[in-house]
Design a protein around this ligand. Sequence first.
Ligand code: FES
Ligand code: FES
Length: 889
Amino acid sequence: MKKVTLTINGIRKQFIVHPDRVLLDLLREDLRLTGAKQSCDRKGQCGACTVVVNRKATRSCLAKVADLEGAEVITVEGLGTPQNPHLIQEAFVLSGAIQCGFCTPGMILAAKALLDEKPNPSVEEIKAALRRILCRCTGYKKIIEAVQLAGRFLRKEITPDQVRPDPNGPKIGVNHPRPSAMAKACGVAEFSADIKVEGAAELAAVHSPHAHARIKAIHTAAAEKMPGVIGIMTAKDIKGTNRLKFVVADRPVLCNTTVRYIGDPVAAVLAESREQAVAAAQAVEVAYEPLPIIKSPAEGLAKDAPQLHSDWPNLCYSQPQIRGDAEAALAQSAFVVETDFSTQMNHQAPLEPEACVAYLEEGDEGEEPILVVIGRSINIHYHLGMLQGALGYENMRYEEAYSGGQFGIKIDITSEGLAGAAALHFRRPVRYIPSLTESMYLSPKRHPFEMKMRLGADRQGKLTGLTMDYVVDNGAYLSAGRAMIFRALYMLSGSYYIPAVKALGKLVYTNNPWGSAARGAGPPQANFAVESAMDMLAQKVGMDPLEFRLMNSLRPGQPKSTDRVVDQWPFPELVEAIRPHYNRAKKEAEDFNRKGGSMRRGVGLGTGAFGISMSGDSANVAVELDPDGGLSVFAAAADPGEGNDSMLTQIAAHLMDLPMSKIRLVTRSTERTTATGPAAGSRMTYMVGGAMVDAIQKLKSAMAEAKATTYDQLKAAGKPNRYMGTKKNQDAAAKIDPVTGLGSSFESQVHAIQMAEVEVNTKTGDVKVVKMTTAVDAGMVINPQNLEAQLEGGVDQGVGYALREEYVAGQTKDWITFRFPTVTTACEMEHIIRETPRNTGTLGATGVGEMTMVPTAPAITNAIFNACKARVRHLPATPDKILAALGKA
Ligand code: FES
Ligand code: FES
């Protein structure tokens, strides 16, 4: 041990530590300063643990306390508090740089070290200072702007009050700071791993190293005797179905007879410390009998393929779409593109590990205790039901902690099953903070698609027909896999009118990691093929890609490929809006390329019409007028970083004409809230916002009827103060025909056209995205910063998806092997925002969260082709694929 004196946030203190103790653990575990986060298993990869040590930004997971004698440490808690924030914290809040907030403390402290040293840094200096800190939500643009604004505050060029919107001014269309932003900026918002439960033991899981094997025996005796071990839990200890049933009951909490992918959980160890639990998990010996492995959908569909699940065939779902006679249309077409495309398996990559806590809370006398699970769910009522069935325990409550990013991964539950089961089995509070590798094992992935398609046009360039067959690798468990098939199908015709369509999507069980929702969920994959083919076809027709897209735009009164006729379609206006930018970019690329050499510049387009609210979708929200005239909103409306809290607060304040401080959200617990469905599918503003508008209108009608302006007057008139609002998709009863795939599909659409400007090094195959320009129309804008933030985050993820990111089972284990986008890979972004009020929207607004994830990748690969004639049809567009395509070109 070593005695060390540190000054932490101005307080001098002595510590006696093990020589290996790192500063991060001292701060988080001993001092409960949980503003410093960890994402990368203390490998120095994420920067979430950054604090200031002796005026330098320092990754606290790498700093040994024993080496810090006399050091001065500043954590985000020491910088300021929500009541008295530091100017840098103000700047982050006011710039809209905080989404999930997991990276925020590290970013703020890196900014502090930079601005102390260089009061007026350049963008390049800001990027250099932030280069080791990852953010998955923002695309880094607003973070850079926040550091610039902080500099202006500190240099006294401007004050926060000059930037802050007037709290008594308009509530809609204004950048009011998010309700949780300041708590996140000050490090006091608690994420799952920050929650202290007294006496909690730590859990570690044993995962299968095999993709497919029978479990012959699990030997736990040696591990049970190890220091600190409380016990070891296997499938036999779980009292319920042991199946987490999302759609079908195929995924076990703990495998009992068979493992079906690398990472399937087999046993769980509970110990007094995490180190002890991990050590004991490594000592558990599992005897496996390897079984034949289904490596691909083709193998899964082979006649002699083993059946992966006895209750379900390997072809777990298929859906056609047939509109008109596409074969005849293509046979008569003057131009046809026929080719294949594929997209990779990918990880959604929220920064926060899949952490959760679970404990038993004493209930009323004579009742069994309540199992409380606090975790990262975006659909707490639905997930509560899944846990109740799997664990065989009814008396439960689910609470949503602040969570560090989502992007579809939280549509299903992961660690909660293990933690909940362990809390019941061992009757001990449990904390489960899986490692990054484990988090990758436990969580679902973006489905890889293999697509074969033909797209035709007549002599004038009008689209005639489309055929598309796509086979989707579902991995080992179904989860929301079916939705990927039908979402891809229902948005297949994208922005265009295609008279005849014949498509078939197939979903196949394999022994790969299980797939589920990932930002966009189906359309990013199918749209990559369609938008690539649009450019290929434009070239055949001899038209400019922009004119070709405009000519083929769907118009109001025409049907999508699902046969649903649209009444609003503001896509042509977006094409016109981007046209001057396109002309500018083409001219700059021509000038650039005229210089010759191996560097080539290109411009590419991609478009998308993203559907919001499937038929059958509905949401309920309750509101209560409070005695002081404020409004409480009760809805299980998760906000893992998109800004749903902001949306509800601003709309409610606007409709009730109240200050935003008088809107109280009750959203994070299954107790007292209504079920609103998942915070997914870009549906929250449209559906949940819409349900709240309905509830508020009912309240206001009751107040008008009672001639009441206050709570007391309303009550005196004998009227209730609580009202339930609903939003139901207008086509709730209409179903898609399972034979033709035709029907109502999505009720609302957000539209975008995106332009990529890239530079390709034709010697190395390296691609730099210079700029992405997005023209978007999501209806009326509730909060411009939040809208831009969604566009920017989606673009950054889209660039990663296009060029770098891929989840390779068994190889992708951390943020380096995942190739996480950093501030140095982020591109310049510009947005053109149009507001066409949506007839069925929430105050004219629809959703936008996934929009830019859809056309970014094809815009980039189209730009690569435009630059150097290398057509990449299989994502990601890595240098080797570009060089191979150039060899063929
Ligand atoms: S936890 Fe320190 S860099 Fe990731
Ligand atoms: S706000 Fe940066 S990771 Fe979410």
